[in-house]
Design a protein. Structure first.
Length: 352
């Protein structure tokens, strides 16, 4: 989100307020709407500081799309700036940063509970009977999946972003993003939290402004965004012994996910006028080979986010103004589904 904010400020773009309570935007009930099987949900963050986050439901079997599905199921919208979504067990967890809430729903997107958070929730991960969420105030919260309560907190670094579970630990990217225009500047650490004791056991130094962290194979991979000026995005790996190294074969990556033995993502380069050059890259974590572009279609979407969604590699597309699309590719880079989505789609999950 901080990249979007900085870009909008520099461009002087005025984003209009759009509420989500327009009855004309709420879909009719799709056929089989009580079933969550073989469904893809897309989370749309909406405008920053507006109240138009939404959830799109897409039936993978029929191709039927239902926009504003959370509102349809619950009679209210998600609110301001939804940021991440996770399916764990029989529930979905949705982090809504601008509302400081975690929405917990059934797999049919029907609300079970709304947790009021002590900080702005950013990203989610799960292990066993716990769900973990980064708070932008510098903490990680632990949610018990039985009581649906926050049962513990641990302090990490400044403005933590993504987190990943790996070999009994949580790896948390501390971005320091809110200090980008101060003397303190960006953070450059990844916190390591022991899951058993839920305590921080180490801080690993990485490149400036880490944001994306993904467990892949025997290592953890981190994308640091740099300073958006003269320090580019950098892809590094953290080995089991805590050693950090640049991925020499694929040293620059902005967004990526892990699926079927490879990292799939893209590298964004911006000039002084915020004109971008996008390069799609995949990296085999075992054979250390790079494939570019990994998308094998003639059409290459302008990417916003990348995530693994079941067997698919998901690329969301946004221009920050109009509703976007979500593209589901197989791991050979062929397009399988195109999902009309809401404003600023950020995450897709598959419910089978």
């Amino acid at each position: 989100m901080k990249r979007i904010v900085e870009k909008l400020i520099l461009l002087g773009l005025v984003v209009g307020f759009t509420a989500c309570n327009n009855e004309n935007d709420v879909p009719d009930a799709p056929s089989g709407s009580d079933s969550s099987a073989n469904v893809c949900y897309v989370l749309n963050s909406g405008d920053w500081q507006s109240s138009n986050s939404s959830l799109t439901r897409y039936d993978l079997s029929t191709g039927v799309t239902a926009p504003n599905y959370f509102e349809f199921q619950n009679g209210r919208c998600l609110g301001n700036t939804a940021n991440d979504m996770l399916v764990h067990g029989s529930k979905m967890y949705i982090a809504v940063s601008g509302e400081s809430t975690i929405e917990i729903t059934s797999l049919n997107a029907k609300s079970i509970k709304q947790i009021k958070c002590a900080g702005q929730p950013r990203y989610l991960a799960a292990s066993g009977d716990k769900v973990y969420v980064t708070y932008y105030d510098g903490n990680v919260a632990r949610i018990d999946t039985a009581s649906l309560e926050v049962d513990a907190m641990v302090e990490v670094g400044r403005n933590p972003e993504q987190l990943a579970v790996h070999h009994g630990n949580l790896y948390v990217a501390n971005s320091g993003g809110m200090d980008y225009n101060t003397e303190v500047g960006y953070d450059n650490t990844v916190s390591v939290i022991d899951i058993a004791t839920f305590s921080q056991v180490a801080k690993v130094e990485v490149a400036c402004n880490p944001a994306v962290v993904v467990a892949a194979g025997n290592e953890v991979y981190v994308a640091s965004y740099g300073n958006y000026k003269n320090v580019p995005s950098t892809l590094q790996r953290i080995s089991p012994d805590g050693g950090v190294s640049v991925v020499e074969e694929c040293s620059n990556m902005t967004e990526f996910c892990y699926n079927a033995g490879s990292l799939y993502g893209f590298f964004s380069e911006y000039d002084e006028n915020w004109n971008s050059t996008i390069t799609y890259l995949s990296y085999g974590v075992v054979d250390k080979t790079v494939d570019s572009p990994w998308i094998k279609e003639a059409f290459l979407p302008t990417p916003y986010k990348v995530c693994a969604a079941g067997e698919y590699v998901c690329v969301t597309s946004s221009d920050y103004i109009n509703d976007g699309d979500t593209y589901l590719y197989d791991t050979d880079g062929m397009l399988v589904h195109t999902i009309p989505s809401g404003l600023n789609p950020v995450k897709a999950v598959i419910v089978e």
